[in-house]
Design a binder for this molecule. Structure first.
Ligand code: PLP
Length: 403
């Protein structure tokens, strides 16, 4: 088996994180409780948003947001067939909750210089049926959020930020996830912070927050504001624990993943600094090699973005290079890689089964064919590790040249 010296996911938990998890286990209160609440409060205060609710994953966060948009308790709820704009370079569970909520996804191309949504194409795709944008902040970079807000306001669109890849990134000194009506975050293993699994929703409207909490836990009344002034009104038989106001799921996090994620979140500033440094060091060392500089395109953050990178994206400049063989070789020399998010999602078999492929997205197809990413650690990368990465790239190019 290949020994990877640079895997996609590196071990990120320190002793403090592990201790916080063990403390919860020792308390024997493992189901969602006080620590989750504390983390939610700290999270929303740090990011500067009104409401936050933790979930068991980023995918669950997105599902709850979409289900909230069509929920009978919501004023101006969306109707079946209403359109939601989404970039073609997206994750599966950024997309499926739209379809699972009987809404219609409309794909938008991406900008190949930033990997994020192409704002010109976005404007072209707006129709009378467009009700929302599912914006994806790709790998910690983002598009021009000032322009997105202008579009949102002009067409009165709901803005959902899938920020599962961009926790900690700021645009114009404001955290991503806090520009729209909803933000979704992931604490999966490879992300900026992790609880093994876990996610968070932030939102700006109290009623949406209440609906989210009810859907998160069976539709029951616990954790909700139940009084005459709120959307959930008590009746005379109101049972505080077993009244069901809404439909629901069980998408709660465990207290263990909340404690570990919380411990990590407190170190976000340091994590961001390290990820940024690592990102710049990898560009620098690869750019010093002519063969890499000639064949590889590297990304910088977009204008006004202070990034907390999730990973290190690369595009093969030389179209004659066989990407599959190149990446297999790179793997055999110890560097793991993967597609950028899931590539152009409209090319996936699942999209074909659901008949979602309606048009060709030139830039998304380009990123799909020539793009990939390698990992990025939250810990400072060592010089000998950088050298190994560089040598793996050089040896992979040499292999292709000798074919
Ligand atoms: C853009 C995007 N959205 C959503 C998700 C789903 O997050 P999770 O794995 O926590 O369910 C991911 C996961 O990597 C993602 O990259």
């Amino acid at each position: 088996m290949t020994k990877l010296h640079y895997p996609l996911v590196s071990k990120i938990f320190d002793q403090e994180d592990i201790k916080s998890g063990i403390k919860v286990l020792n308390s024997k209160n493992i189901t969602m409780g006080k620590i989750t609440k504390k983390f939610e409060n700290y999270f929303k205060k740090t990011l500067g948003c009104k409401y936050s609710a933790m979930t068991n994953s980023g995918s669950s966060a997105i599902l709850l947001i979409l289900q909230t948009l069509i929920n009978p308790y919501r004023k101006n709820k969306l109707k079946p067939g209403d359109e939601v704009l989404i970039p073609a370079i997206c994750w599966s569970t950024s997309l499926w909750p739209i379809i699972q909520s009987q809404l219609k996804p409309v794909f938008v191309d991406v900008d190949k210089n930033t990997l994020n949504i192409d704002i010109n194409d976005l404007k072209k795709k707006i129709t009378k049926k467009t009700k929302a944008i599912m914006l994806i902040h790709v790998l910690g970079n983002c598009t021009n959020m000032s322009e997105i807000i202008l579009i949102k306001n002009k067409y009165k669109l709901i803005l959902i930020e899938d920020n599962c890849e961009g926790l900690g990134t700021k645009f114009n000194n404001k955290f991503l996830g806090t520009f729209g009506d909803f933000g979704a975050y992931s604490f999966y293993a490879s992300h900026q912070i992790s609880g093994g699994e876990g996610g968070m929703i932030t939102c700006s409207n109290f009623e949406d927050y209440e609906i989210i909490k009810s859907l998160r836990s069976h539709g029951w009344s616990r954790e909700l504001s139940v009084n005459k002034k709120t959307i959930f009104k008590p009746n005379k038989n109101h049972n505080k624990k077993f009244t069901f106001f809404n439909s629901g799921y069980n998408l709660r996090p465990t207290e263990v993943s909340a404690a570990i994620s919380f411990s990590q979140f407190k170190k976000l500033r340091k994590i961001k600094k390290n990820r940024k440094n690592n990102f710049n060091k990898i560009i620098k060392i690869l750019n010093k090699e002519i063969i890499c500089k000639k064949n590889l395109y590297f990304f910088n953050e977009n204008k006004n973005v202070d990034p907390c990178w999730l990973a290190f994206p690369i595009i093969l400049k030389n179209k004659k290079i066989n990407k599959k063989i190149f990446l297999e070789k790179l793997y055999s020399y110890g560097v793991e890689s993967r597609p950028i998010i899931s590539g152009d999602f409209t090319l996936q078999p699942a999209a074909k089964i659901y008949n979602l492929k309606k048009e060709r997205h030139k830039n998304s197809r380009f990123v799909h064919n020539y793009g990939f990413f390698i990992g990025l650690s939250s810990r400072n990368i060592k010089n000998n590790q950088l050298l190994k990465i560089k040598n793996s790239f050089i040896k992979s190019f040499e292999y292709l040249n000798n074919l």
